[in-house]
Ligand binder design. Structure first.
Ligand SMILES: NC(=O)c1ccc[n+]([C@@H]2O[C@H](COP(=O)([O-])OP(=O)(O)OC[C@H]3O[C@@H](n4cnc5c(N)ncnc54)[C@H](OP(=O)(O)O)[C@@H]3O)[C@@H](O)[C@H]2O)c1
Length: 296
């Protein structure tokens, strides 16, 4: 193993060496950071140690080893299981929590870290472990700006498209769930579409290029709709809600006729009816945002 302090790179500790924690630690090692690891279950750090990581005897030792401490475990209960007994070691450390959770959990963790005299940054990893370290990989960070600024170079090793979103520690987690919602909505619609064309013996792979091209086109609509929503003006330059309604009904009827689950087009039709009943038939599709906002 090379001298841990000889590389000139920030020493980093990674707590939790499951699939994601291992990918994070491996990326730091590859980039030349002296890397200390600790995992609750012994024996899950062996591969990383063989690659040059130092194995800490406990969480406190891992925290003490580096100014930059990354924690990536199953959930926030696990974060507390690990960090509560090691709390005193956190004084003066930068704690970057890459464990998934809600925005409120992140904010509570930030308060806990501040009370523990640590500088706290929360993060949401928007990729799977094999993509950690790639230039296109995004990790969203929020919390104490100094933590991101001071450790920017090390954190950007984990994902070259990473972004700092602001001082509210919860905002990265909020973006995370919002983006995952887009993912599931898109994937569910893809599955529905594949079932539709499958009724005509078109396989998913044959349909795929049409799906990806139309998905890209749909993505391009979002810029206009984001503008409409932000200025509160819903001028239909492409298609009004009343123009959307007939094709949605065709999708609904086709689904039902083929015995394919019609929940997605039913929901879309209900959204259109609601907005049109409220007098917005001539508006752009962006008007549908009203349905999702909390009642005032
Ligand atoms: N995998 C992904 O694609 C992905 C993508 C984005 C975000 N994430 C997030 O990254 C985090 C880790 O995911 P993962 O894929 O690495 O999961 P994983 O492979 O199942 O690893 C879970 C890790 O959490 C530890 N852990 C669980 N409960 C614990 C407890 N009570 N006390 C101490 N350690 C505990 C495990 O330690 P033991 O070995 O001792 O069980 C292990 O190190 C999660 O919050 C996940 O949502 C994952």
């Amino acid at each position: 193993m090379s001298d841990l302090r000889s590389t000139g790179r920030t020493p980093v500790s990674v707590i939790g060496t499951g699939l994601m924690g291992s990918a994070l630690a491996r990326t730091f090692l590859t980039a030349g950071h002296p890397t200390t690891v600790w995992n609750r279950t012994p024996g899950r750090t062996g591969a990383l140690v063989a690659e040059g990581a130092r194995d800490a005897a406990g969480a406190s030792e891992a925290i003490t080893a580096s100014g930059l401490v990354i924690v990536c475990v199953r959930d926030y209960d696990a974060v507390h299981d690990v960090l509560d007994p090691a709390r005193t070691a956190l004084t003066g450390r930068v704690l970057v929590n890459l464990t998934s959770g809600s925005s409120e959990q992140a904010r509570a963790m930030a308060r806990w870290a501040t009370e523990s005299h640590a500088t706290y940054l929360d993060g949401a990893i928007m990729q799977t472990p094999p993509h950690v370290g790639a230039r296109e990989t995004a990790i969203l960070y929020s919390g104490e700006e100094s933590a991101f600024t001071v450790h920017r170079d090390a954190l950007m090793e984990l994902g070259g498209a990473s972004t700092y979103l602001g001082t509210d520690a919860g905002i990265a987690s909020l973006y995370d769930v919002a983006l995952l919602g887009i993912m599931w909505g898109t994937l569910n619609s893809f599955m529905h579409a594949v079932a539709l064309v499958g009724s005509a013996n078109v396989d998913a792979t044959t349909f795929l290029p049409f799906a990806t091209a139309f998905h890209a086109a749909t993505g391009s609509f979002m810029a206009k709709y984001a503008h409409d929503i932000d200025v509160g003006e819903f001028v239909a330059e492409d298609a009004s809600l009343e123009t959307h309604l007939p094709p949605v009904e065709h999708l609904l009827e086709e689904s039902r006729a083929l015995g394919i689950d019609a929940a997605i087009p039913s929901f879309t039709r209900a959204l259109l009816h609601e907005a049109m009943t409220a007098g917005h038939a001539k508006d752009s599709y962006a008007r549908i945002v009203d349905h999702f906002r909390p009642a005032r």
